[in-house]
Design a protein. Structure first.
Length: 443
């Protein structure tokens, strides 16, 4: 587990997310507390529970992004689920335990990839030997084959050519497994998903694994063989043990739209279903053992981050037991014009940079002046105010509308430089932004 200080965590999040300092501080402390817990004596370590967080704020202000970036920073398994998915279980919903199973599956993939990476050097050697076996018997053109027969150390000579990249364009035939099997869907009670997985695996073992021949270049075959050999070298028992441990000790589950299952005082009908979902989620958040196909997984130390707009409901509308499991509450600020200017320019993956890079692939040098950026931000803030407030997502809509003609004509344009100024922005957007009905449909 990484041991970033809270200040370093906030600084890293600042590279991608504008503002929301309170939320960043809260998640930074939560992540640091995980590292602190690992340093505590074992008997007390088990008693220290994670302090789960509820983020309150409108859509598009960075709730999900903060959680996702935090997980990436911590190199922790991370999964995002919508609370509303767990309504009407057995009809259109899902069993709440499926979120833990999905988290374990993700951890398996992460650990397997890391273990395969550790085996890469050995896998490269094995892949090279397999490639030489493929090249030697009927190696392409007759000239090379004749020369090979007349000299000793043919294999070493081919190895040298292979390492120099001289044989990269040579075609070889390799055998790969075709893992297709009949499509099946299994319907069952709660936990039926798990049953479905096991039945598929059982049938997968019954049906013989088919192989197919592929004719590809040596350069592609090399990478493919390295992946195959690395996968063979990975100890899956070790992977499963490490993945379960990582899920239990550093997993993060992000429960979005938690306000949609908050039932208000004196509700009837659908409200009962909402409270039922809360009661289903409660044991998972409190700490329970979930059976997965890789063995039992405890959720006692999984960090839960819940988020919701809470326009109609309030966090106090959640059942008291669930409220108690989310002791930290942070409110995220609505975005204003100044925030939009920063979002367009400051983050590492800023929208302006993305569009400049996209159009550069067509040879077009796109530039935005300061006034144009301010005008885009002003329009986004105005439309959010007049219609639904969808936060920073409004910028995506505006940028697409603004650059629609240029994106369409880009491949045929002879003029490869294009400067966007405030006048161009006004010309493209003023009529739409000014007409409320149009804005509702287009922006």
């Amino acid at each position: 587990m990484t041991n970033f200080t809270p200040r370093e965590i906030v600084s890293e999040l600042d590279r991608y997310i504008v503002g929301q300092h309170k939320a960043k501080r809260a998640v930074a402390i939560a992540l640091r507390n995980r590292w602190r817990r690992q340093q505590v004596k074992p008997d007390l370590r088990e008693e220290i529970a994670p302090k789960n967080i509820i983020m309150i704020g409108p859509t598009g202000v960075g709730k999900t992004e903060i959680a996702r970036r935090l997980a990436r920073l911590a190199q922790a398994p991370f999964i995002k689920v919508e609370a509303s998915k767990f309504t009407e279980v057995g009809y259109v919903g899902r069993d709440v335990e499926s979120m833990v199973r999905d988290l374990v599956e993700l951890a398996i993939l992460m650990v397997k990839e890391e273990e395969a990476h550790k085996q890469r050097l050995k896998a490269e050697d094995l892949a090279e030997e397999r490639l030489l076996d493929l090249l030697l018997p009927g190696a392409g053109d007759a000239g090379l084959a004749t020369e090979a027969k007349s000299e000793s150390g043919t294999r070493d000579k081919l190895r040298k050519l292979l390492r120099m990249g001289e044989l990269n364009d040579r075609m070889v035939e390799i055998e790969t497994q075709d893992t297709q099997m009949p499509n099946m869907q299994v319907f069952g009670p709660q936990g039926g998903e798990e049953m479905g997985i096991n039945i598929k695996e059982m049938f997968g073992n019954i049906f013989p694994k088919q192989t197919k021949q592929r004719r590809i270049k040596v350069s592609e075959a090399r990478e493919l063989l390295i992946d195959i050999e690395a996968e063979k070298l990975v100890d899956m028992d070790k992977v499963q043990t490490l993945a379960r441990e990582r899920t239990e000790q550093s997993g993060i589950i992000f429960i979005d739209e938690i306000d949609k299952i908050a039932s208000r005082e004196g509700g009837h009908g659908p409200e009962v279903s909402r409270e039922g979902v809360q009661r289903d989620i409660l044991p998972i958040v409190e700490g329970s053992t979930v059976n997965t196909k890789y063995g039992p997984v405890k959720t006692d130390h999984v960090l839960f981050i819940a988020a919701g707009a809470f326009h109609i409901a309030k966090p106090s509308d959640l059942i008291p037991e669930l409220q108690g499991r989310f002791p930290i509450r942070v409110e995220l600020d609505s975005l204003e014009e100044t925030d939009f200017v920063r979002i367009l320019t400051e983050p590492k993956n800023a929208l302006i940079r993305q569009y400049e890079a996209l159009l550069a692939t067509e040879g077009i040098k796109l530039t935005f002046d300061g006034e144009a950026i301010h005008e885009i931000a002003r329009t986004a803030a105005q439309v959010n105010e007049q219609t639904e407030n969808i936060g920073a997502r409004r910028l995506h809509t505006i940028m697409e509308t603004l650059l629609e003609d240029l994106s369409f004509d880009a491949p045929e344009r002879s003029d490869k430089g294009f400067a966007i100024d405030a006048a161009f922005v006004n010309e493209q957007l003023a009529d739409i932004a000014g007409n409320l009905d149009l804005a509702r449909y287009i922006l």
